[in-house]
Ligand binder design. Structure first.
Ligand code: SAH
Length: 362
């Protein structure tokens, strides 16, 4: 009897309600249909949340007042709040964003002449423990929900420099996106949906350390760009830098990539190679890399290591970096040497670790 009483007593904990941003536009239609609402109501809400960037239900003025009130009782529309913002001298903007349970993830806006890219996180921390990555040193807390993934774009668009729309999304923030496919794929569907963000699939890039069985699943679901964090051309070196390599070694990873459908010169696979002095920057490493990528439509981004306190690695000299690049280019590999952005605010690749950068109040 006491049990029965306990279960009918009001729950003293704050209610966590479903979030409208956890639903793809198609799923939202279904959900609202089950509550007796026509499909166009779901489409109107999608338009407000994403195309117009309004998430106060009260402000969705083409919905009947009563409906706005019922929805506001039943659903949340925000998943993240801006905790702090830091702006780099090169224009890069990093924000710390807090979840409802007070976890913090980071997102970074990278303004370029032709586009404005947002770097998005998919997990709180990361389970992969790559030896050179500051996020890896944090350990893993949990996957982000779909609403938390997509809300990074909603919050960050408001922080973008005047008149700049975010045009490109890279899933290169905290976490391993391919270990969170059930929440990532719906978030990408929202990015691509014509009534939501209407992004072209080629403006969206998902980066992976090489979770081989998930690669095909991602690309079957959404036709986005794939980037692979390579960092080494031998298993011996890659095992140390990217421990996931022990589970999915290079031969298996490259074999899977070579079999992917829809990869072509126009739609290549992107590779990241973080260059570390004395670790993976020898001429021999460059030659092995050429052999590894030969014949595969690929674009290679070489990123000099962004040094930080959690790892013993550093970038080689410019001379060594250019020598390394030279071997790749002569080997016929399309290669770019990436200059780091946002290093002064710990916003560069592999530096996202919730460190307090000199920050402005949000
Ligand atoms: N887990 C995914 C998504 C993160 S992308 C992945 O590994 O691809 C972040 C990129 O920055 C990865 O290529 C990562 O290897 C790279 N990186 C991590 N730490 C770095 C550092 N200190 N300097 C330069 N690049 C780094």
């Amino acid at each position: 009897m006491t049990e029965l009483r306990a279960s009918t007593a009001p729950d003293p904990r704050p209610k966590t309600r479903p979030n409208l941003k956890d639903f793809t536009p198609a799923a939202l239609r279904e959900r609202l249909a089950s509550e007796g609402l026509p499909a166009y109501r779901a489409d109107q809400i999608v338009g407000w949340l994403y195309a117009k960037g309004v998430d106060a239900l009260d402000e969705m003025t083409d919905l009947p007042r009563e409906l706005r009130e019922t929805l506001a009782e039943r659903y949340d529309t925000r998943a993240l709040e801006v905790r702090s913002v830091a702006e780099s001298s090169d224009g890069t903007i990093k924000a710390a964003l807090a979840t409802r349970d007070d976890r913090v993830v980071e997102a970074v806006i990278i303004p370029e002449p032709e586009r404005t890219t947002l770097c998005v996180s998919t997990q709180v921390g990361c389970p992969l423990t790559c030896s050179f990555c500051a996020t890896g040193a944090l350990g893993f807390t949990r996957n982000l929900t779909t609403a938390e993934i997509i809300d990074q774009l909603c919050r960050m668009q408001a922080l973008a420099p005047e008149g700049r729309r975010i045009t490109n999304i890279v899933f290169m923030g905290m976490g391993e996106p391919l270990l969170n496919l059930p929440n990532l794929i719906p978030a990408i569907e929202i990015l691509l949906h014509p009534k939501a963000f209407a992004m072209a699939p080629r403006r969206v890039t998902v980066s992976t350390a090489g979770v081989v069985p998930q690669i095909g699943k991602l690309l079957d679901a959404v036709p986005v760009n794939l980037a692979v964090s390579l960092h080494a051309a031998t298993d011996a070196v890659r095992d140390v830098l990217v421990p996931l390599n022990k589970k999915f070694p290079l031969a298996e990873l490259m074999g899977t990539l070579r079999e992917l459908p829809r990869i072509s010169r126009r739609h290549p696979i992107f590779f990241e190679y973080t260059l570390m002095e004395g670790v993976n920057d020898a001429d021999e490493d460059a030659r092995r890399l050429v052999a590894l990528l030969r014949g595969l439509p690929a674009k290679l981004n070489v990123i000099p290591m962004n040094a930080h306190d959690d790892a013993p690695y550093r970038a080689p000299s410019d001379e060594v970096a250019h020598r390394f690049m030279g071997i790749l280019v002569r080997g016929g590999i399309t290669t770019t040497l990436r200059k780091s952005r946002g290093a002064d605010i710990d916003a560069a690749c592999g530096q996202l670790a919730n460190r307090e950068a000199p920050s402005l109040p949000a």
